[in-house]
Write a protein that binds this ligand. Structure first.
Ligand SMILES: Cc1cc2nc3c(=O)[nH]c(=O)nc-3n(C[C@H](O)[C@H](O)[C@H](O)COP(=O)(O)OP(=O)(O)OC[C@H]3O[C@@H](n4cnc5c(N)ncnc54)[C@H](O)[C@@H]3O)c2cc1C
Ligand code: FES
Length: 351
């Protein structure tokens, strides 16, 4: 990762006309009138491919609620990339993210981040948050899906001695299980917190296509408000199960990746990024956002899964297909979400 350390960007900044905010940034990297930033204060390695990055946000940051996420921008080889990360720290304190390395940006964050680096930030957002009134909770998580729930558990165990929470966390091995020591410690000190580790290399998949496994590990799961976060198939099964069973208690889900409609891709086409003066041939299952970034176009983006609308871009001509539902969007001036659409024929965009 090309690191943006305090003052280290000075040479680059002087190659372009300086704006007032650049002078502020030179004095203190957290001061910027346009862009929220955070100074990395600590990096903890949680599991072989995961790290928690603690940061001190600058002016303009609003405290997060437990379970919310924020857009995080990092510069890699001079290009700023944005991804979304759940805030794993408890509500009310300095934020932290816990990242599992699976691709370009997460690899860079896990392997190359060091105290003193500066992260670009979007404000905390999302409604995967604790219920307003105390009630028995069931947390169902797998892999990195534990991160928003960890913020909730850390918050509850600090704020509510009477919290009643069962966490069922699935990981490949115990070594891969994020926060396992801290969870053991918290469960030992809070009678209302029960932590169940489901280790897939020994027990097989935590099967949510029927009630059997849940009945086995948490008899009263039907009487709890449930929160789930993990891979798509895990969440799809949980949703289907909750639709089937007799429970008045909600299941609230957080997804890290878009659910695409099977076979929604199709035509593809030549995409012209008019302001950037670039043309790219894109297949029908690659998003316009991914194609533009690969071609070096600076594209606005946030969640990259159709939630935040940061990527809205005016269509000048042509038709795009929404990969979530297969719908076609046509017409000059239509705003399209480039993170979930692919071209259906030639497309001109104002970016
Ligand atoms: C609301 C929200 C919260 C998120 N919170 C976290 C978090 O706390 N920790 C974390 O590590 N990541 C989190 N993510 C995922 C993160 O934003 C990135 O998608 C992820 O780090 C991969 O980015 P990349 O550039 O490394 O790889 P890319 O090359 O951009 O992505 C590779 C592919 O992996 C998919 N993907 C993303 N997340 C997962 C996953 N967990 N398991 C399997 N496939 C995945 C992407 O959709 C993409 O198709 C969150 C995403 C969202 C939308
Ligand atoms: S990046 Fe969030 S909706 Fe497209």
């Amino acid at each position: 990762m090309a690191k943006l350390r305090p003052l280290a960007g000075a040479a680059r900044l002087f190659t372009t006309p300086l704006e007032p905010e650049d002078f502020l940034g030179l004095v203190n990297p957290l001061l910027s009138s346009r862009q929220l930033r955070g100074l990395v204060t600590r990096v903890e390695h949680e599991a072989p491919d995961s790290a928690t990055i603690h940061f001190r946000p600058g002016r303009g940051w609003l405290n997060h609620q437990a379970g919310q996420w924020a857009r995080i921008g990092v510069e890699i080889d001079g290009v700023r990339h944005w991804r979304s990360y759940s805030l794993s720290a408890p509500a009310g304190g300095d934020p932290a993210i816990t990242v599992t390395a699976i691709g370009q940006v997460s690899e860079a964050l896990v392997r190359n981040t060091a105290p003193g680096d500066v992260l670009f930030l979007g404000p905390p957002q999302g409604d995967f948050v604790l219920p307003e009134h105390p009630r028995p909770l069931l947390m169902l998580t797998a892999g990195s899906g534990l991160t928003p729930v960890m913020s909730m558990i850390r918050t509850l165990t600090r704020q509510r001695a009477d919290a009643d929470v069962v966490l069922i966390h699935s990981s490949r091995t115990m070594e891969d299980a994020l926060f396992r020591e801290e969870l053991g410690h918290l469960a030992g000190n809070h009678p209302g917190l029960r932590v169940v580790h489901w280790v897939t290399s020994e027990q097989g998949r935590l099967d949510l296509t029927h009630a059997g496994h849940l009945d086995e590990v948490c008899e009263d799961w039907r009487t709890r408000a449930a929160f789930a976060c993990g891979p798509s198939d895990f969440l799809d099964s949980a949703e289907a199960l909750w639709r089937e069973v007799d429970t008045d208690h909600p299941l609230i889900i957080e997804r890290f990746a878009t659910v695409r409609l099977d076979g929604a891709g199709g035509e593809g086409g030549l995409v012209t990024f008019t302001r950037s003066d670039k043309e790219v041939e894109v297949d029908g299952s690659t998003t316009i956002l991914d194609a533009g970034e690969d071609a070096g176009v600076v594209m606005p983006s946030g969640c990259r899964m159709g939630i935040c609308r940061t990527c809205l871009t005016p269509l000048l001509a042509g038709t795009v297909r929404d990969l979530r539902n297969g719908e076609l969007i046509t017409g000059e001036g239509e705003l399209i979400q480039t993170c979930v659409t692919a071209p259906a024929g030639p497309v001109d965009l104002e970016v």
